[in-house]
Structures are given as structure tokens and as C-alpha cells.
Design a protein around this ligand. Structure first.
Ligand code: BMA
Length: 816
């Protein structure tokens, strides 16, 4: 098979008229217009409105090209479009060549008859997506997420492009993935599926191959002449070649693939060559990991367990939910995705959930997850709405699923397929208006059609009907005792952080808390006059209607009133980080019953106030540093009892307050450990009143409590607890806590200062300092640690990225 990319000489016309702009392919309308200076940055202030209005138009992409000889001489020629966004009609040399109606699909159109040697003209006309969904909605009402433009379920285009509670309404369009000509001489691989089973410590591979043969018997004289050859390169570089269309092979002493934190990420390179009369016709090359991967479910006294099981080991999933990285599709690239995923590993993630309201990520995304050991919870791209299951829709989504399953299924990191985001739960709750037919259609789609396609295309990967779900059929989809759960009473329900402790979810695939991004990020989309969180522009960049009120509600319960914009941003990030920490630590303490804590959300697709731990420009919020600590492989945490847990009110004095600390060590490694806990009761100046040490033995993959310690005499507004976990001299985990609330605690001025020593920063504090933030003037430094607590004295952190210029320091003392 030969390939010719069609990536040059493209131009874009609005409505097919006027002056064209040069176009990048792959790319998008917004990207091209921005580059040509015909569109203002849609992320700046409220430019979104203008950019949205633009999508009322139709667009034309056109290029001219000469065809390669080997393409012209092929028996079969296809125009392969890996991603058309979305309503597209294709014309080659003035003749209709095909139609696209689903951005998630790969289309191939047979064009041999239309192609000539020189001066081919390829034109792709895109119809307005916003006009289309409006017209569809007029015809048949489908409802869903209120932040999204109505009619959005009616087009197979990333739902969140039409708006979300963290995303703008910017339904970009264009040729968003490569487009090429394929010349097929005699045959090519249609699909290659490699199945694995473990047998006595060996791995048994089975090859299921489908080929696409041109003209069957006429061009490829005899079927028997067709063969494939397999070569397997081990992680050590040893190559085994298997001739004559092997159906299977045995790998002895396999080097297994593990998620991050449990072992190596060994990958085997597989190369399949398709030969016809010994002539090479096609090559399929991918990397696979040798591992077993499923979800372990077992009835128990609480209900039924739900845990990723890799190579027979049940792991506690730690990570966040991933949304599209940019609303302007052409801006996402391998480097940017790698950086984001490396930031996940830096924060000790072992898992990432690809949320169903976006699009299926690129091959790069999964390649990087394979390399880094990030287990992928993969939603199919359906979220928060009802669909009309027409015959066309059925056919369209089956084709979409087949394309994406075949593209993704061989990845070592693929942990499971999930039917959709929140549809089962929202329907069961009656959240949207829907017809009984639409309710039944949801069952058909997620519990019949998709499982059927999965059975055909990827029977070895676990399938789960929805997130959250207890297994389908509208049977308590968001119940806490079976399956996965989305818990939003903290945040959407305004409940205090302590509420997390009342639940023992089996696998929490969503829970979250909003904050504002870093100030430098806000400066990128605002004028100085906009920098007030209730301003028109700041509210344009806050898509969850009630959210600013919620942040201020939690603020008043926690901190002194922040009197500057900058301090308010910092305090909002601490609220977020402390909320999620409170939850995750509790869930990890209950390892076994709970086996996953995936917080909402990892990233942003534009600069906005949101639940993300990394903002649009890649700046880490406090939460991301906290995640690095609360997802540490070995975590020391403390379940305290104090004002927060008992809801003590200042005006109800004396309040019979229980004051206690209760340590727990969770060990997410595969080794038993003998560790030392050192804790102290200290005054607000950092001086020690009482210090104790205790040795604990923590079995592998387990969490262990020590004895609860009562502190009836602790002065909760002036004293705090500092605690740390050591393996010999090595510090594994540390933190501090108060039994009062920050606004009532008498923080002293820590007089923070900092000096640079090589690639390290040395921070000094003269007294106790809580959540010490270190920023450079560009606010783009990534450090080995940040937003940490100090008992006074010095703390060294490594500079991982950025220049230590114009360092700014603050701590909770500064929230006033
Ligand atoms: C969830 C998600 C998203 C949403 C988030 C925050 O339930 O699935 O749809 O953005 O909550 O509200």
C-alpha cells in the first residue's frame, strides 16, 4: 500500500466566497482565521461571542495537487479522511466524492475514477454546525446539559464544543486530522487484533487478522498467495520473526507491562507484514504491553467491589478526569499532550479517565499513556443527553465505535471502555426532559449496541455501560456500594469537605471543587478593569452559574475575608486543594472497600475558573501539588476530629469538642514496609510541646491505622499538629493540621524569604507557615514541591521548570 498525504496548498473560504486564507491541514477554521488575522483570539475577554457567530457560516476548503505515480498505478485508490469536523461534502475535480457527518469517524472514499495525474482539485464544503443543530432541534427535541447549545446531541461532534460548565461555545470546524490518498495494489490489512492469555507464567498471543483484497480473485490471482509475517521485538531489542501467517505464538519469560508505581512499562513492538506472492503489500506496526487487565467485581458485605486488576493485582486508581486540551483543535500536539501527561505522572497518577463529552484522543495520547504507565478509563463519546436512535444514528455510531476501537484496542494502557458520561444517572434522576422512547433508546445504545460492537471488536477489554453505573438498567446508577460513583454533594450540593468521610464509595470516578486559575493566566484574557471575580469578563470565563457564589460560601466558612484579587485567587486554590485532599485521604484510608479516587478535572480547554488542577496555560494550581502528595505511593494521613468535623459554631460556647488525631498509612506499592511516624504538637511559633514516634508495619497494597490519640488539652486556636513518615532517614510523606478553622487560628507572620542555590530554592520561615506558595514573576515555575507546610526553619525544593526570577511568597497568614 502506498500513501500520499494531502497537506499542502490548502485554502479556506467563508461561505465559499471572497478572499481566501491559507489553511493548515490538519487544522481548523478558527486556527486558520486566527493565523490570517481575520479573527481575534476567541479566548480573550468576550471575543467568544464573535467567534461563535462566525459558525453560522458554511466553509470551503480547497487544494490542488498532483497524484504520485504509484497512487495512480494502484488497483484501488481511496481518499482517507481521518477526521472531518463535521458536516462535509467532498468533491474531487468537480465530482462528488463522498460525505462526512461524524467528526469521530475515519472515512474512506473510493476515488480511482475521479483522480488524474496533474492538477487535481479537492474541495471540502463544511455546513454550519450551529444552524444544523438548531434545525434538528426544531424537528425533534433532544435534551441535555444546559450549558450546551440546544440540539447538540443531534450531531456527532464533540459535545463540549457547544459549551459546557467549564467550556466556551466555540464549535470549530474543518479538516482536523490528516487526509491522504491510499493506493492499494492487491491487498491491505483491514484489521489486526492481538489477543493475549497467560499460561503458566508465559503469554500466549493470538493474531486475528482481516484483510481487504482488491477485486478478490482477479488481481490477486490466488487467495493462497496471500500471507503475513509477524516480527516481535522485545523491550530488550530481541527480535523473533514468525513466517507463514502464524495464528498464535508463545512468549516465555514475558516482561510485563504495569501501571505507574507497580512495575515497569515494558512494551513489545509488533510488525505485521502482508505479502502477496512474496511482495510486500501492507505493514501494521504497533506496540503492545503484555498484561492482563480487567475490572475485579466481587460481592462483599458492603455490596460489590469494583477495582482495576492488572496482572492479577488490584490497584487503587489515582488520577483525574481528562477533557479536550483546547477548544481550537489544531493547537493540540504531541509535545503539549506529553507535557500534560508527564505532569500527571509527576503528581503520582496511575490512571486517567477520558471523559465522554469530548472526542477520542489521538494515537499520541495513548502512546504516551503506554510509556508512562497511565491506565486509561475510556468513555465512548456520549455525555449528559438523550439521543434519538434512528437507523442512521445506529449505523453512524457503530462505524464510529469500530474505527476508534480498532485504533485504540491494542494499547497496553487501555483499562476499560465505558459507554458514556452520566446518561444512565441523569435519566434515572429525571434530570432532562425526554420521551419514554429516548429513555429506552439509551438502554439500547449503551447496553445492547455498544456491547455488541465491543464483543466483535474488543472482547478482551472490560466494558461498563455508563459512568457512574452499578451495571446498567437504571438500577441505582450512582449508588455508593456498587460500581463507580460521581459524588458532587461537596461543591454542587454545598456540603462541607467533611461530608466525604461519610461515604465509602467503591470507585469514585468524579468529585471536584472549583478554583480560579493563576493570576498570570487571568491577565492573558482580561484588562486590569476586569480583574474582579464578579466582573462581566470574569463571569464570561466562569461557566458554572452558581460557582462564584459557592467559592465565596466555602470561603467564609474557612478563611478570613481576602481583601485583594490576588489573595482571593490563592485562597480559592487552597479551598480546592484542601477539599480534594480531604476526600482522597479518606478514600485511601479505606483501601479495599474503596479502590479509586479520580478527581474532576485534570485540565482546561481555555482560560477559565474551573475544577481543573492544571490551568489552560499549563500552570499548576495548588491542587496539582497537593495531588502529588496525596497520591504519593506511601501516604501518611490523619483523620482528625475538631471544629470542622463537628460543625462547631463560635457562638455556641462551650462546645463539647472532641479533639483527636488518628494516623493511617496507605501503601500502594507491591512491597511490605516498616516505617516510622513522627508527630508533634506545636505552638503557632513552631516550637514543640510534645513529640512522639511510632513504628508501623504496612503490608503491600494495604492501609493501616495506628491508635487514635486524644488531645483534650490542645489549644486549638494556637496549637497545631505536624506529622511525617520516614523510611529510615528518607522522608516519604508529611503535612500539618489544625483542629480549628484557618480563619480562627492565630497564624503568626512567618516572614517568608527565599534564596536560590543552583537548581534549588531554599525557603525560610521564622514560625509555622501553612500552604506556602512560591511563584516566579511569570508564574510558570514547576517545583518539586509547593503549597507545603513549614514548622519554621528551612525547606529546599528543586526547580523542575522555569526561571527563579521575581520570586513571590505567601502563606495562609496572608489571607486577610
Ligand atoms: C460532571 C462531569 C461534567 C461536568 C462536571 C462539573 O458530572 O461529568 O459533565 O463538567 O461534573 O459539573
Amino acid at each position: 500500500m502506498v500513501t500520499q498525504e494531502i497537506c499542502d496548498n490548502w485554502h479556506l473560504w467563508i461561505d465559499g466566497e471572497g478572499e481566501a486564507v491559507p489553511a493548515a491541514v490538519p487544522g481548523s477554521v478558527y486556527g486558520d482565521l486566527l493565523r490570517a488575522g481575520r479573527l481575534e483570539d476567541p479566548f480573550y475577554r468576550d471575543n467568544e461571542m464573535q467567534a461563535l457567530a462566525l459558525m453560522e457560516h458554511d466553509f470551503v476548503y480547497r487544494t490542488t495537487f498532483d497524484a504520485q505515480d504509484d497512487i495512480l498505478n494502484s488497483n484501488k485508490v481511496c481518499l482517507r479522511c481521518e477526521g472531518l469536523d463535521t458536516l462535509a461534502e467532498l468533491y474531487l475535480n468537480g465530482k462528488f466524492a463522498g460525505r462526512g457527518e461524524n467528526m469521530h469517524r475515519t472515512y474512506e472514499f473510493s476515488v480511482k475514477e475521479l483522480l488524474k495525474a496533474k492538477g487535481n482539485v479537492l474541495e471540502i464544503r463544511f455546513a454550519s454546525p450551529t444552524k444544523y443543530i438548531e434545525a434538528c432541534y426544531e424537528q425533534s427535541e433532544t435534551n441535555g446539559s444546559a450549558e450546551c447549545m440546544r440540539g447538540f446531541p443531534q450531531i456527532r461532534k464533540a459535545h463540549c464544543m457547544f459549551g459546557w460548565d467549564w467550556g466556551p461555545r466555540l464549535p470549530d470546524a474543518g479538516i482536523w486530522k490528516p487526509i491522504s490518498l491510499l493506493g492499494i495494489q492487491k491487498a491491505r490489512f483491514e484489521s489486526v487484533y492481538i489477543r493475549q492469555t497467560r499460561e503458566d507464567g508465559n503469554v500466549h498471543l493470538k493474531f486475528e487478522i482481516k484483510t481487504d483484497q482488491c477485486g478478490e480473485n482477479d488481481t490477486c490471482e490466488k487467495r493462497e498467495a496471500m500471507k503475513y509475517r509477524v516480527s516481535i521485538e522485545s523491550p530488550m531489542g530481541e527480535v523473533t520473526v514468525l513466517e507463514d501467517s502464524p495464528k498464535e505464538c508463545l512468549i516465555s519469560e514475558p516482561m510485563l507491562w504495569w501501571p505507574h508505581g507497580y512495575g515497569e512499562q515494558n512494551l513489545y513492538k509488533i510488525r505485521m507484514e502482508l505479502l502477496c506472492n512474496d511482495c510486500l503489500e501492507d505493514v501494521w506496526e504497533k506496540r503492545i504491553g503484555l498484561r492482563t487487565m480487567t475490572i475485579h467485581q466481587e460481592k462483599d458485605i458492603y455490596g460489590e467491589s469494583f477495582a482495576h486488576e492488572v496482572n492479577g493485582v488490584q490497584i487503587f486508581a489515582m488520577g483525574a478526569d481528562y477533557i479536550p486540551e483546547d477548544n481550537i483543535l489544531g493547537r493540540v500536539n504531541r509535545e503539549r499532550t506529553r507535557k500534560l501527561l508527564e505532569d500527571c505522572i509527576a503528581a503520582n497518577f496511575n490512571c486517567i479517565r477520558v471523559w465522554g463529552g469530548g472526542y477520542y484522543p489521538s494515537d499520541d495520547f495513548y502512546d504516551i499513556c503506554d510509556e508512562l504507565g497511565l491506565l486509561v478509563w475510556q468513555d465512548c463519546m456520549f455525555a449528559c443527553c438523550l439521543y434519538d436512535l434512528t437507523e442512521d444514528f445506529d449505523e453512524n455510531i457503530r462505524a464510529e465505535l469500530r474505527d476508534n476501537i480498532r485504533r485504540i484496542r491494542h494499547h497496553a494502557s487501555l483499562g476499560l471502555w465505558c459507554g458514556n458520561n452520566e446518561i444512565e444517572m441523569l435519566v434515572e434522576r429525571g434530570e432532562y426532559r425526554f420521551t419514554p422512547r429516548q429513555k429506552a433508546d439509551a438502554i439500547k445504545i449503551f447496553e445492547y449496541i455498544i456491547p455488541q460492537v465491543m464483543k466483535e471488536e474488543d472482547p478482551d477489554t472490560f466494558y461498563w455501560p455508563s459512568s457512574p453505573s452499578s451495571g446498567g438498567g437504571y438500577d441505582e446508577p450512582n449508588g455508593p456500594d456498587r460500581g463507580d460513583t460521581h459524588y458532587w454533594d461537596v461543591w454542587h450540593g454545598n456540603k462541607p469537605f467533611t461530608e466525604y468521610r461519610k461515604f465509602f464509595f467503591r470507585y469514585l470516578s468524579e468529585f471536584g471543587f472549583q478554583s480560579f486559575p493563576l493570576e498570570k493566566t487571568i491577565e492573558e484574557f482580561t484588562l486590569p478593569k476586569d480583574r474582579n471575580i464578579f466582573s462581566y469578563i470574569m463571569e464570561k470565563h466562569q461557566r458554572n452559574g452558581a460557582a462564584n457564589g459557592k467559592i465565596m460560601n466555602y470561603m467564609y466558612q474557612t478563611y478570613l475575608y481576602p481583601t485583594s484579587f490576588s489573595v482571593l485567587l490563592y485562597a480559592s486554590q487552597l479551598l480546592q486543594a484542601d477539599a480534594i485532599k480531604y476526600g482522597v485521604e479518606h478514600f485511601r484510608r479505606n483501601r479495599g472497600r474503596c479502590m479509586g479516587a479520580i478527581y474532576w478535572q485534570l485540565n482546561d480547554c481555555w482560560p477559565v475558573a474551573s475544577w481543573a488542577s492544571i490551568d489552560y496555560f499549563g500552570r499548576w494550581k495548588a491542587l496539582h501539588y497537593y495531588a502529588k502528595r496525596f497520591f504519593a505511593p506511601i501516604l501518611l494521613s490523619c483523620a482528625e476530629e475538631g471544629v470542622l468535623t463537628q460543625g462547631a459554631n463560635v457562638n455556641e460556647q462551650p462546645f463539647p469538642l472532641k479533639k483527636s488525631i488518628h494516623f493511617n498509612v496507605s501503601n500502594e506499592t507491591r512491597e511490605d514496609r516498616e516505617l516510622r511516624i513522627v508527630w508533634s504538637l506545636r505552638k503557632n511559633d513552631g516550637s514543640v510541646k510534645r513529640e512522639e514516634e511510632e513504628t508501623v508495619t504496612v503490608p503491600a497494597l494495604a492501609s493501616v491505622w495506628t491508635e487514635e490519640i486524644l488531645l483534650p488539652d490542645m489549644e486549638i486556636r494556637k496549637e497545631y499538629i505536624s506529622y511525617a513518615l520516614y523510611d529510615g532517614q528518607e522522608l516519604l510523606s508529611s503535612s500539618s493540621l489544625i483542629l480549628s478553622v484557618p480563619k480562627q487560628f492565630e497564624y503568626l507572620d512567618p516572614e517568608l524569604s527565599c534564596r536560590v542555590e543552583g537548581d534549588e530554592l531554599v525557603v525560610s520561615a521564622c514560625v509555622y507557615a501553612k500552604s506556602v506558595e512560591i511563584l516566579n514573576d511569570r508564574e510558570d515555575m514547576i517545583l518539586s514541591d509547593n503549597y507545603f507546610d513549614m514548622d519554621g526553619g528551612e525547606k529546599r525544593v528543586k526547580i523542575i521548570f522555569g526561571q527563579p526570577e521575581g520570586i513571590k511568597l505567601r502563606s495562609v497568614y496572608d489571607i486577610r
